[in-house]
Design a protein around this ligand. Structure first.
Ligand code: HXC
Length: 257
């Protein structure tokens, strides 16, 4: 049986993780989430990895949590669901994540895509939170991240009706930052990852953290965090290198210090 998560070797700082359960539209079961968590642990520790691309296949990014597995869980199973820790692991990842979404990103699949820092969609992408059709509701950010990203009107519409939106609507709503031809989505995501991989690592890390704080903090607390992070960067060798390189009209050589 093929492995349910394909983990490529990092290339030019970017590692591609491919969800690989094509027979069930990449439905997210515990084993797949477990492997994703492990891959992120490894990527976090690997200095060669500067950004991650998560993708699926042309038909589906992921059509949600594995419904067959969910059906087998009782209340205790849900309360002690090991997948909760996996979602938290993904949210805690400090390096940039780019989601390259073709086809269905539904339920937990949409929620996984929303864990990414940059979301690129193929023209054929479909986003939705169809849990309501199953008598349940989103459980990994589909009422919270989605609302912050697209606003209450559309989030409420999607979560209460289960209706999907296409890539154009997702772009208009601010859920994705770019649309590409489906066959080029992964390539484009890698290109974005490689652009980020050439930047100063500490600045990248603090930028991600600071933008993320905008969801969690008041404006004044967020501004305070931003100012502290900005000040912290003043002491880095990479800041000096960036300023020197600009003034000397050459490309900077950042070394993460
Ligand atoms: C398990 C799934 C699946 C899923 C699809 N499949 N989605 N299996 N879990 N989430 C399986 C189908 O059963 C089918 O298997 C095969 O994948 C192909 O799917 P089809 O339905 O035949 O394809 P199509 O007609 O093109 O329809 C695509 C679809 C539909 C619209 C995406 O599959 C669908 O509605 N899937 C469920 C989407 C959903 O409700 N997701 C939310 C899950 S709840 P067979 O064996 O028949 O070939 C969730 C909660 C997250 O995500 C909570 C986080 C904490």
């Amino acid at each position: 049986m093929p492995h349910n998560l394909l983990v490529d070797a990092p290339e030019q700082g970017v590692q591609v993780l491919t969800l690989n359960r094509p027979d069930v539209l990449n439905a997210l079961n515990t084993d797949l989430l477990n492997n994703l968590s492990k891959a992120l642990d490894d990527a976090e520790a690997d200095p060669e990895v500067r950004a991650i691309v998560i993708t699926g296949n042309q038909k589906a990014f992921a059509a949600g949590a594995d419904i067959n597995e969910m059906a087998a869980r009782d209340l205790v199973g849900i309360l002690e669901d090991p997948r909760v820790a996996h979602w938290e692991r993904i949210a805690r990842f400090t390096k940039p994540i780019i989601a390259a979404v073709n086809g269905f990103a539904l339920g937990g699949g949409c929620e996984l895509a929303m864990h990414a820092d940059i979301l690129i969609a193929g023209e054929n992408a479909r986003f939705g939170q169809p849990e309501i059709n199953l008598g349940i509701m989103p459980g990994a950010g589909g009422t919270q991240r989605l609302t912050r990203k697209v606003g209450e009107a559309l989030a409420m519409h999607m979560a209460l009706t289960g209706e999907q939106i296409n890539a154009t609507r997702a772009l208009q709503a601010g859920l994705v930052s770019e649309i590409s031809q489906p066959e080029l989505t992964v390539e484009r995501a890698i290109e974005i990852g490689q652009t980020i991989a050439r930047k100063a690592p500490i600045a990248v890390r603090l930028t991600k953290e600071s933008v993320r704080k905008a969801d969690d903090m008041s404006l004044s607390d967020g501004l305070r965090f931003e100012r502290h992070a900005f000040t912290l960067l003043a002491g880095t060798a990479d800041r000096q290198e960036g300023l020197d390189a600009f003034r000397e009209k050459r490309s900077p050589r950042f070394n993460g210090q």
